[in-house]
Design a protein around this ligand. Structure first.
Ligand code: ADP
Ligand code: ZN
Ligand code: ZN
Length: 752
C-alpha cells in the first residue's frame, strides 16, 4: 500500500522525464510540478504564485496558464528546482485546494491506471473528479449541515444558560457530539433556538459525515447452501485484498449474495461500491438495494445531470453514501471508507472504455481492491476467459451457484438447422409454430436478433449497386420506420432511393434481415398479440425500459423482438420461449473473442427464459449445427472454456501473454501507414515479443478517416509495458501532420 503512494510521488513516467536532470538551476520559490490536461506525456513546472507560502500539497488542484489558455491542473510534487530555465518558468495563477479532493488510494489508483494504460496522467486525473470539480470549482457542499458546540459552549457549566431551559437542553444534548439540523428539529429544537445559540457563539454550523447506523430494512432471503458458502467466504475475507469469482447460472441469486455481503460491509461501517454494465440496469438494482437497506444508496451514471453527479460525488467522498451503484467510470469515484467492491456481469464489454482513456473497469476494480485492502467480487453466469483462467490458477477464489434460486429451473436448449430452409423474415416454420404455441398458452416470447434496421443493405438486382456509405468501408442499413439509409458506423443518413442511383432500375432489394423486418412480419402473423421491438431505436428514452418491464410484469402474452439489449441481466419472469434468429453471425467473426462472446450471448439470452417456475425453452437457428460450439450448448457454460483457452494458448492470445495496440487515425491512408512504419522502425522487439504491422484496422475507413495499427504481443505484462513505452517514445518523436492522431490501447477489446 505505501509503495503505491510513493509511486505517485516519484515514479510516474512523466515525472521521470523531468527529474532525471532536476535542480540544475535552483530558484528561490518552490516549483509546482503539475499534471496538465493535455496529450503530452510529461509533467509541467510552474512557480508557486506570490503570496502562497509552502501551503500546497500534492494532489491539490491549481489554475495554471497553458499555451493561451488557463487550465485546471493537479500538483504532483513540490520541487526546489527545475530543469526549465528560470526566465521561462511561468507562475501558477492560483491554488484551488488546501486539502486535496483526491483520497490517497484514489491518487494511487489513477496514477497506476495512467502507467498501466500508458495514457497521459494529466488526462487521467480528471476522471477522479466530479463535473464541477473538473472545471476548477470547489466541491459541491454536502446537503447535511450539522450543529456543534463551540469552545465557549463546551465551557458552559451544567444546566447553563439557566434562564433559557430550551437553550440549556440543546447545549447539553450537543455535549456528546454534533447533530444534524434534521435530528435537532426531530427532537423539538426550533430554528429560533439554534439561531440564538449561534448569535451567542455557543454553537456553530459544521459539516457532518452522517454517522447514523446503517441498518437492514427488510430481512435477507434464506440463502441456499451454495449462496451461504459464497457469502461466508466473502464476508470472512473482509479487511484484506482478495478476488472472488461468483460463477452463478442465470437466475441463481447472485444479487442475493451481493446484498448479504454488502449488509456485512455496512454493519462494519464501511461503504460498498457496486459496478453495473448498463445504465438501464441501475434503476432495477437501485430499487433492490433500497428495499433492503436503511442506508443512503446512491447511483452514479452518465445519464445523470451534472448537479446530481456533483452531489453524489461529495456523498461518496465524505462517507455519507453507504452503497454507490455505478457504471464504468464510477470505479474511479472517491470513497472515504470502502469495504467491498462488486462487479456485476464482469464479462460485459460495456466495462471497457473504447476511446480516449481506454481502460477496463473490471481490471481497475481489482487494482482498486488491492489498494483499498478489501475484497472484490466478480459476478457472472458467463465469466470471461481471463477471469476463469485466473480462478483456475488459484489467483481468484471461485464460488459456484449451479442451481436457479427459488422456483426457477434452467431452460432446455435446442437447435434448429435452417440450412436450405425457406425463411420468413429470418424465421423458420418450426420456430413460428413454437411461437404460436407459446402465445396461445398465454406465455411471453422473446425473439433475439442482433441487427437493428429493416435490412442490412439495399442492393440493385440489375447492376449490383449496393448502399455503400460514402465515408466508411461499410454498407448503409435500410430503415423503414422512419424510412432512410443509415450508416451504423458513422451516423450518416440519406433518403431511401426509389430507383437505383447507378442504372435507374426499380428492382432494389434489401438483404439481411433486421429487427424492423422481423417485427413487421410478426405483427402481421400474430396480429392478436402485442409485438414490441426492443433496440436502441425504440429504447432511446430513459423511461422506455422501465415502462417495458412494467408492461411485462402484468404477465399477459407479449412477443418481443430485440437486440443484445435484451440479453443484459433483466428479469422477464413470464418469458418461457427464447428464440435466437441468427446465431451464425458471431460464429465466424474475425474477432478473436467471437466464439467466447457467442457462447456468452446465447447463455445470457437463454437465461431470460423460464425464470418463474415454468420450464423455459431456448431455440437457436443455425446453418452449422455440427460446429463444436453449437454441439455443446446444452452443457454448462464453463465446460466449453478449456477448448477456447487452448485455442488462445496456441495462437498466443490473452489470457496468455499480453497484447497492446498503437492505433492511428489519419485523413490520408498512406500517411498513417508510413507514420506507423517510422514508429516501428525505431524499436527493436526483445525476444518473446512481436511487433506486427502496420496493418489496416478491421474496418479500414470510418467517418472518412483511415485506421491502421501496430499490434504488440508479448510473453509477459512487464515486457509489453517496456515495448509499448519505447514505441510511445518513438511515436512522440515521429513527425506527422495535424491530420493524424494516434492512441494507445492496452488489453484491446475491439477486434483487431
Ligand atoms: P441472478 O442475479 O443470479 O441472475 P437474481 O439474484 O436476480 O439472480 O435471483 C433470481 C430470483 O431468485 C430473484 O427473484 C430472487 O429474488 C430469487 N432468489 C434469490 N435467492 C433466493 C433464495 N435464497 N430463496 C428464494 N429466492 C431467491
Ligand atoms: Zn442498378
Ligand atoms: Zn458511415
Amino acid at each position: 500500500r505505501s509503495r503505491a503512494l510513493v509511486h505517485w510521488a516519484v515514479s510516474h513516467r512523466a515525472e521521470q522525464t523531468l527529474s532525471q536532470n532536476t535542480a540544475k538551476t535552483p530558484v528561490e520559490t518552490a516549483i509546482w510540478r503539475c499534471a496538465v490536461p493535455s496529450p503530452l506525456r510529461r509533467a509541467f513546472d510552474y512557480l508557486q504564485p506570490e503570496g502562497c507560502h509552502g501551503a500546497a500539497k500534492p494532489g491539490a488542484r491549481v489554475t495554471v496558464p497553458f499555451g493561451k489558455r488557463s487550465v485546471t491542473a493537479v500538483i504532483l510534487s513540490i520541487a526546489s528546482g527545475s530543469p526549465v530555465e528560470p526566465a521561462k518558468l511561468k507562475a501558477a495563477t492560483a491554488l484551488l485546494d488546501e486539502e486535496p479532493l483526491y483520497t490517497d488510494t484514489q491518487r494511487a489508483l489513477l496514477s497506476w491506471a495512467a502507467d498501466y494504460y500508458q495514457h497521459p496522467l494529466g488526462e487521467v486525473l480528471p476522471v477522479g473528479l466530479s463535473p464541477r470539480e473538473r472545471r476548477g470549482q470547489p466541491e459541491r457542499a454536502p446537503t447535511e449541515t450539522g450543529v456543534r458546540l463551540t469552545a465557549r459552549g463546551r465551557g458552559l457549566p451544567d444546566g447553563a444558560p439557566h434562564r433559557a431551559p430550551k437553550q440549556a437542553a440543546m447545549v447539553s444534548r450537543l455535549k456528546p457530539g454534533p447533530l444534524t439540523l434534521a435530528e435537532l428539529k426531530a427532537e423539538g429544537f426550533s430554528s429560533a433556538v439554534i439561531k440564538v445559540l449561534k448569535d451567542h457563539a455557543l454553537v456553530e454550523s459544521c459539516e457532518l459525515a452522517t454517522e447514523t447506523a446503517w441498518q437492514t430494512r427488510s430481512p435477507p432471503l434464506p440463502a441456499n447452501a451454495e449462496q451461504q458458502t459464497a457469502i461466508d467466504q466473502i464476508v470472512a475475507a473482509a479487511g484484506a485484498f482478495s478476488v472472488h469469482l461468483l460463477y452463478g447460472v442465470t437466475g441463481s441469486g447472485k444479487t442475493e449474495v451481493y446484498l448479504q455481503s454488502v449488509a456485512d460491509c455496512l454493519n462494519r461501517g464501511q461503504q460498498a461500491l457496486v459496478l453495473l454494465p448498463e445504465i438501464a440496469l441501475t434503476p432495477q438494482t437501485l430499487a433492490r438495494f433500497e428495499a433492503r437497506f436503511e442506508a443512503p444508496v446512491i447511483a452514479l451514471h452518465s445519464g445523470m445531470g451534472d448537479a446530481e453527479r456533483d452531489r453524489a460525488w461529495t456523498a461518496a467522498r465524505r462517507g455519507h453514501a453507504a452503497v454507490i451503484l455505478g457504471t464504468r467510470s464510477s470505479v474511479f469515484a472517491p470513497l472515504l471508507k470502502p469495504g467491498l467492491i462488486i462487479v456485476d456481469e464482469e464479462h460485459d464489454a460495456a466495462y471497457v472504455q473504447q476511446d480516449g482513456f481506454r481502460y477496463s473497469a473490471r481490471d481497475v476494480a481489482i487494482k482498486r481492491a488491492q489498494l483499498e485492502q478489501c475484497p472484490v467480487v466478480l459476478g457472472s453466469a458467463t465469466p470471461s476467459l481471463e477471469s476463469w483462467h485466473n480462478a483456475e490458477l488459484g489467483r481468484f477464489q471461485r464460488h459456484s451457484l449451479t442451481q436457479r434460486a427459488g422456483t426457477g429451473t434452467l431452460p432446455t436448449l435446442q437447435q434448429i438447422d435452417i440450412s436450405g430452409l425457406e425463411l420468413s423474415a429470418g424465421l423458420s416454420p418450426e420456430l413460428l409454430n413454437k411461437i404460436e404455441a407459446a402465445l396461445s398458452q398465454r406465455h411471453q416470447v422473446l425473439v433475439f436478433l442482433n441487427r437493428r434496421g429493416f435490412a442490412n443493405a439495399l442492393l440493385c438486382h440489375d447492376c449490383g449497386w449496393s448502399s455503400d456509405c460514402a465515408d466508411c468501408d461499410a454498407r448503409m442499413t435500410l430503415h423503414k420506420t422512419p424510412p432512410g439509409l443509415h450508416c451504423h458506423h458513422c451516423g450518416r443518413r440519406s433518403a431511401l432511393p426509389r430507383q437505383c442511383p447507378s442504372c435507374h432500375s426499380s428492382r432494389l432489394v434489401g438483404t439481411g434481415v433486421g429487427t424492423q423486418q422481423t417485427e413487421s412480419f410478426l405483427s402481421e402473423r400474430f396480429a392478436d398479440f402485442p409485438v414490441i421491438r426492443v433496440d436502441s431505436d425504440t429504447m432511446a428514452s430513459r423511461q422506455a425500459m422501465p415502462e417495458l418491464i412494467e408492461q411485462l410484469a402484468v404477465g399477459d402474452p407479449v412477443l418481443m423482438i430485440g437486440t443484445q439489449m435484451l440479453s443484459k441481466g433483466h428479469h422477464f419472469p413470464h418469458v418461457t420461449l427464447v428464440a435466437v434468429v441468427d446465431a451464425d453471425a458471431l460464429l465466424f467473426s474475425p474477432d478473436f473473442r467471437g466464439e467466447e462472446r457467442l457462447l456468452q450471448l446465447l447463455t445470457q439470452v437463454g437465461g431470460r427464459a423460464g425464470r418463474d417456475g415454468t420450464l423455459g425453452e431456448v431455440l437457436i437457428q443455425t446453418r452449422h449445427p455440427d460446429h463444436p460450439l453449437m454441439q455443446r450448448l446444452d452443457k454448462p457454460y464453463h465446460t466449453a472454456l478449456p477448448d477456447l483457452l487452448n485455442h488462445r494458448v496456441q495462437a498466443g492470445l490473452p489470457p496468455h501473454g499480453a497484447l497492446g495496440v498503437i492505433r492511428c487515425d489519419s485523413q490520408d491512408r498512406q500517411e498513417g501507414l508510413s507514420f506507423l512504419s517510422q514508429v516501428r522502425n525505431g524499436v527493436t522487439a526483445p525476444r518473446g515479443a512481436q511487433i506486427i504491422g502496420p496493418l489496416s484496422a478491421a474496418m479500414a475507413r470510418r467517418k472518412n478517416r483511415y485506421r491502421s495499427q501496430l499490434v504488440i504481443s508479448a510473453g509477459s505484462r512487464s515486457m509489453l509495458a517496456k515495448v509499448m513505452a519505447e514505441l510511445i517514445t518513438a511515436a512522440e518523436a515521429a513527425r506527422h501532420s495535424h491530420r493524424l492522431s494516434w492512441s494507445v490501447d492496452i488489453d484491446p477489446y475491439e477486434s483487431l
